[in-house]
Design a protein around this ligand. Structure first.
Ligand SMILES: [Zn+2]
Ligand SMILES: [Zn+2]
Ligand SMILES: [Zn+2]
Ligand SMILES: [Zn+2]
Length: 476
């Protein structure tokens, strides 16, 4: 299999579906446990909370008390490596360029303490992308209509595969069409209860309110980014397609909550918003159980999978050793080709990160491998011409919770088989789903990943289980 290429992949092909856009289908029968695709991140960044504990290059965890070789960037004092080796041999997707270094210093002085953690991290991720593009002389215009999803020629898979971050789907138009003026808040709605409002009306108005407040936040973030970039004289990004009336000046006391109107967005705002929306629709949270094994796992956005399910009947304590399943959300990454895999709440594939942890738990970093290379692996046998799915969210939630999360963050309604069958056969589908999930009481979240010996392993807690002998997935 050729790395990073879907075109000559023996297992899968990209097709275009009218209702869903780009999708991945099987070309042939694929046995469960097959690695069908691998990809390296376009960009990856450690969250500010864990910067001091995780190497930016190799993602090795170092504790407060054991850091003899740790090196910090002497300019910004805000970028850490496990060793001078990792500082010297940085990777394209995590490179700490001098441009980024300068921005981090400014960011640390003026904005770091004003922003919430999540917003701070998305700013840092975007700055890293822009610094990378300046470093590589890539285009800084994100407004250009590069929407490959409009290409409906199913034979032309080359044009369906994103080759740059500009090719990623964003939902900026949907956000813009909401309008952001005179938005009613949830609190205001609750003060005026109207008994004729149905559950789904309420859901929609709640969602609109979430989307609007998200979008206001995006505008704020885009202004912060423009402010940082502007100062260090990289004017090209701020002058992309700008009219003679130019940019809005951002004042630090700007009361964005009340004053922003769609019409007042400059083209420079829209340019950064476009990039922000692309990243937000496509980034993955990087999970690290640093205290345990130096293993990085990841899930797309969402919350950690560590909640116990309320249904205790199906759980059996199959293991005496209770493993530490405290995961840190330590960073985020954008993978270009991962966006081709659609979501299902009962996916037939999972994502796995390769992380070279060396022999016997002794860390040995092999520079030829990237620690953040992901693989897509099949969880079940897949017949020819079936769609391959992954999940974007934790799956141990009920249908309402899952759909709320998908709609609020990815703006789509899930119509997967599990969601469909939950209407009529909720008990059966629950049992079927639980039978393929981790049975560790403290974890019980991951779908069990098939091993060759008739066992399966939980990708989250690493417990092993005997695979169910009679599992009938025909209903899916
Ligand atoms: Zn390192
Ligand atoms: Zn620096
Ligand atoms: Zn679903
Ligand atoms: Zn588990």
């Amino acid at each position: 299999m050729s790395e990073d290429s879907i075109h000559d992949n023996p297992y899968i092909k990209v097709t275009y579906q009218k209702d869903k856009g780009r999708s991945i289908f099987s070309k042939v029968f694929i046995p469960r446990g097959t690695v069908v695709f691998v990809d390296n991140p376009y960009i990856a960044n450690i969250d500010s909370l864990y910067k001091k504990n995780i190497c930016s290059t190799c993602f090795k965890y170092f504790s407060e008390t054991c850091r003899p070789n740790v090196v910090v960037c002497p300019q910004c004092n805000d970028y850490y490596f496990c060793s001078s080796f990792c500082k010297q041999y940085q990777k394209n997707e995590t490179r700490h360029s001098s441009i980024e270094c300068e921005w981090l210093q400014y960011f640390g002085n003026y904005f770091k303490h004003q922003l919430l953690e999540d917003d701070k991290n998305i700013v840092l991720l975007l700055l890293k992308i822009i610094a990378k593009r300046i470093h590589q002389n890539d285009s800084l215009s994100f407004i250009v209509d590069n929407d490959n999803s409009k290409n409906t020629d199913t034979n032309d898979s080359y044009n369906l595969v994103p080759r740059d971050v500009t090719d990623l789907i964003d939902h900026l138009d949907e956000y813009l069409s909401l309008g952001i003026n005179n938005s009613e808040t949830i609190e205001q709605q609750q003060q005026n209860p109207d008994t004729s409002i149905t559950d789904s009306d309420m859901d929609i108005s709640k969602l609109k309110s979430i989307w609007k407040s998200d979008f206001k936040k995006f505008i704020n973030i885009s202004r912060v980014i423009q402010h940082i970039i502007d100062r260090s004289k990289h004017q090209e990004i701020l002058s992309v397609g700008i009219d003679s009336d130019g940019d809005m000046i951002m004042s630090e006391n700007n009361d964005i909550e009340n004053t922003i109107q769609t019409e007042s967005l400059s083209k420079s705002d829209l340019n950064i918003l476009k990039l922000l929306c692309k990243v937000r629709s496509n980034f993955f949270g990087l999970w690290h159980n640093g205290l345990q094994n130096n293993i990085v796992e990841y899930n797309r956005g969402g919350t950690p999978n560590t909640e116990n399910d309320t249904d205790s009947n199906t759980t059996t304590t199959t293991t005496e050793h209770q493993k530490n399943i405290e995961f840190l959300w330590c960073g985020s990454a954008v993978y270009l080709s991962l966006s081709l895999f659609n979501h299902s709440c009962f996916p037939n594939c999972t994502t796995l990160l390769e992380y070279n942890n060396g022999e016997n738990g002794v860390f040995s970093f092999n520079y030829t491998k990237t620690p953040l290379r992901f693989s897509i692996v099949t969880l079940f046998d897949i017949e020819p011409n079936q769609e391959l799915f992954i999940t974007y969210i934790p799956l141990n939630q009920n249908k309402k919770e899952r759909n709320h999360q998908l709609k609020s963050s990815w703006l789509f309604e899930c119509n997967c088989k599990r969601c469909e069958l939950e209407q009529t056969k909720s008990k059966e589908i629950d049992e079927l789903f639980n039978s393929v999930c981790c049975r560790n009481v403290k974890c019980k979240s991951g779908m069990v990943f098939p091993l060759a010996n008739g066992y399966g392993v939980c990708r989250v807690c690493k417990d092993e289980f005997k695979s169910p002998t009679s599992i009938n997935l025909d209903v899916l």
